[in-house]
Design a protein around this ligand. Structure first.
Ligand code: GTP
Ligand code: MG
Ligand code: MG
Length: 298
C-alpha cells in the first residue's frame, strides 16, 4: 500500500489511472472542447412536434413473414401495440396515427421533454417502438418465427400551427385510403385469376370511383363496408376514465394492456384506439381535449 501511495504521488500518469476523479479533471480542462462540435437541435418552441416512424423495407419483411394481403390484421394490431407502448412511456404524446408500416406521434406543443432535443426524441421513440414491436411479435404471430430483426426509420417534423398539423394527419389518412382502395381492388382482381401485370393494367388510369365500381360490380364488395381499420388506419389518444382497480390489476384498454398506473378508483388517463375519419372536422370537435380547445385553430 505504501509503495502504491509513493507511486501515486510521484508518477503523474499513473496517478490519473489510479484516481478517476483526476482523470475527469484532466478531461474537463483539456478535452471538453469537443462538446462544442455537438449541434443544438432543439425543436422550435410553440411548434407541434411530429415524429413519423416507418418500417424499413417492409415490402420484403411482410413478404418474408407471409403477411396477409392486402391487410394483415395481426400485423396492424402489433403496430398499434408498439405505438401504445411508446405513448405509455412518453406521456407528452397527445395523439398517434398509424397505417400500413408507419406511425406518426404528435407531442403536446408545450412539451419540454429532453429539452425538446430532436435527436433525443427521435432515437428514443424509434428505439422503443422497434423493441416493443419485436417484444410483442410472438403474441401476435404465435405460429410465425421472426426471421430477422425488423428496423424502423424515423423523422421529426415541426408544424407551426394546428391547421397545418391537421392537414398533415389528413395527408397520412388520405394516403391510407388511396393505397388501401388500390390494394383491395388489385388483390381481388388477382384472386379472380388474373396476373399481377393484368391487375395493374386494369387499375391503371382509374379514379377512386372506378376502383369502387370494379369492387362492387365485379366482386360484390361495397368498399365503404370494409373494416374501418383498413380504410381509416388507427388513432390513439388519451381519454379520462373512472376506474376501479385491484391493487395488482393491470389496466386494459380494448385489446391492450396499458400498464397499471391506477391502483384506486379514480379518474385515470387511458389510451383508446379508434379507426375514425380524422380528415373531417367532426372528429376534432368530438374530441376537443386532444389538441386543446383554446388552440384548435391556431
Ligand atoms: N401483405 C402486407 N403487406 C403490407 C402490410 N402493411 C404494409 N405492407 C407492406 O409494407 C410496405 C410499406 O411501404 P413503404 O413503407 O412505402 O415501403 P418499404 O418497403 O417499407 O420501404 P422503405 O419504407 O422505403 O424502407 C407496403 O408496400 C407493403 O408491401 C400488410 O398489412 N400486408
Ligand atoms: Mg416502410
Ligand atoms: Mg410506409
Amino acid at each position: 500500500m505504501l509503495s502504491l501511495l509513493r507511486l501515486y504521488n510521484t508518477t503523474p500518469q499513473l496517478s490519473y489511472i489510479l484516481n478517476p476523479h483526476k482523470l475527469q479533471i484532466m478531461a474537463k480542462s483539456r478535452f471538453e472542447y469537443v462538446k462544442k462540435f455537438e449541434q443544438d437541435d432543439r425543436c422550435l418552441l410553440g411548434c407541434w412536434i411530429v415524429v413519423r416512424i416507418d418500417g424499413r423495407s417492409f415490402h420484403k419483411f411482410t413478404s418474408e413473414h407471409l403477411f396477409a394481403k392486402p391487410n394483415d390484421l395481426s400485423a396492424l394490431k402489433l403496430m398499434d401495440v408498439a405505438a401504445c407502448s411508446v405513448m405509455e412511456e412518453f406521456r407528452d404524446i397527445i395523439f398517434a396515427y398509424g397505417q400500413s408500416d408507419e406511425y406518426s406521434f404528435i407531442f403536446d406543443r408545450k412539451m419540454s421533454l429532453f429539452n425538446r432535443r430532436s435527436s433525443k426524441i427521435l432515437t428514443n421513440l424509434v428505439s422503443l417502438f422497434t423493441s416493443s414491436y419485436t417484444y410483442n411479435w410472438r403474441i401476435h404471430f404465435p405460429n410465425t418465427e421472426l426471421k430477422y430483426p425488423p428496423a424502423f426509420d424515423g423523422r421529426v417534423v415541426l408544424y407551426p400551427n394546428t391547421i397545418v398539423l391537421k392537414d398533415y394527419l389528413s395527408w397520412r389518412q388520405a394516403d391510407c385510403h388511396i393505397n388501401n382502395l388500390y390494394n383491395t381492388a388489385f388483390w381481388e382482381i388477382v384472386k379472380s385469376g388474373k396476373s399481377h401485370v393484368e391487375a395493374a393494367a386494369r387499375l391503371k388510369d382509374t379514379f377512386s370511383s372506378g376502383k369502387n365500381e370494379i369492387l362492387f360490380s365485379e366482386f360484390g364488395i361495397n368498399y365503404n363496408k370494409i373494416e374501418p381499420r383498413y380504410r381509416k388506419g388507427s388513432c390513439l389518444f388519451w381519454i379520462d376514465k373512472m376506474t376501479e382497480k385491484s391493487p395488482e390489476g393491470p389496466d386494459t384498454v380494448g385489446e391492450f394492456i396499458t400498464g397499471g398506473a391506477c391502483k384506486k378508483p379514480r379518474v385515470c388517463r387511458e389510451i383508446t384506439v379508434s379507426h375514425e375519419d380524422i380528415i373531417s372536422e367532426v372528429f376534432w370537435s368530438n374530441h376537443p381535449q386532444i389538441l386543446g380547445q383554446d388552440i384548435v385553430n391556431s
